[in-house]
Design a binder for this molecule. Structure first.
Ligand SMILES: [Ca+2]
Length: 287
């Protein structure tokens, strides 16, 4: 019995040691590298450059018959009146911002005057300055051709010249303004001569039926009167507009290249056809 007990104790002891050995060689779990992959860097968001697609316009609204500033004229871009409408200030100035780039129509309205639609080209992030517009009453402009000239601050004095095919030919300009009532030769008149920048200068031509009074070629040009250093026609921002019976029929922006003090703009024949010249040159055209 005593021997049996000893055998039992020995077996139990062996069993204990066997268990102890197993625990000794048990393998502790190790982290699997694959379970913790190197993290992929999260790309830092790069800010997308803001593309500016809008531009601005500024200028002066004036009365074509006397050059006076027009206060509280309504101006807006026809494609977006709600967000672009503004009013001219007491000195006639206006600015419209956030206009979609491209060709747009500027509408200018004032009670008592004929409304005008002017085509403009808006460049992103730029201001189209010196976009001056002269309004005219129906009485002033109906049944006549009207030529307006506007420009910027420099040169201070540009002059409108019209060669009229009267008998004899008539050179209409600030020293020879013509017939204010349009009822005598040359049947045309220089209503406004501006000498301090911006314009307008205004010439009216009487009509005969639906055509200019004389049945031959009229020639219109602009002369750069002041010629101080740095002044030139090509940087003048000058615009010439022609109206027939109050309706804008033609518009010219001064060329941005060329040399000389004469901008030969257009010819108007006895049937009302207009020929573009639009060139800067060193001499005045002649009839
Ligand atoms: Ca002038």
């Amino acid at each position: 019995m005593k021997i049996l007990s000893l055998v039992c104790i020995t077996l139990v002891t062996l069993l204990i040691f066997s268990c102890a050995d197993q625990s000794k060689f048990s393998v502790s779990p190790v982290n699997n590298l694959n379970s913790n992959p190197l993290s992929t860097p999260t790309p830092t968001p790069t800010s997308t450059p803001t593309t500016i697609t809008t531009g601005s316009i500024s200028g002066i609204v004036s009365d074509a018959s006397n050059g006076n500033a027009i206060n509280s004229a309504t101006l807006y871009i026809s494609a977006d009146q709600a967000t672009t409408q503004t009013f001219s200030a007491a000195n006639g100035t206006y600015t419209i911002s956030n206009i979609n780039s491209g060709t747009q129509t500027l509408v200018v309205e004032k009670i008592g005057y004929v409304s005008q639609n002017v085509q403009i080209t808006i460049t992103p992030n730029q201001t189209l300055s010196n976009s001056n517009v002269s309004l005219m009453t129906a009485a002033f402009s109906s049944d006549k051709y009207v030529i307006t000239l506007t420009w910027g601050s420099s040169p201070t004095d540009l002059d409108s010249h019209l060669l009229v095919p009267a008998s004899p030919d008539f050179h209409l300009y600030y020293q020879n303004k013509g017939s204010a009532t349009l009822d005598a030769s040359p049947f045309a008149y220089l209503d406004v001569d501006d000498t301090t920048g911006f314009g307008p200068e205004t010439i009216r031509i009487k009509k005969s039926g639906n055509a200019p009074y004389y049945n031959n070629l009229y020639k219109y040009y602009v002369y750069q009167f002041t010629n101080n250093e740095g002044e030139s026609l090509i940087t003048s921002s000058a615009i010439v507009r022609i109206y027939n019976d109050s309706t804008l029929i033609k518009s010219y922006n001064v060329p941005t290249s060329g040399s000389g003090r004469y901008w030969y703009v257009f010819d108007l024949d006895g049937s009302g056809n207009i020929t573009d010249n639009n060139i800067i040159q060193n001499a005045a055209p002649t009839l």
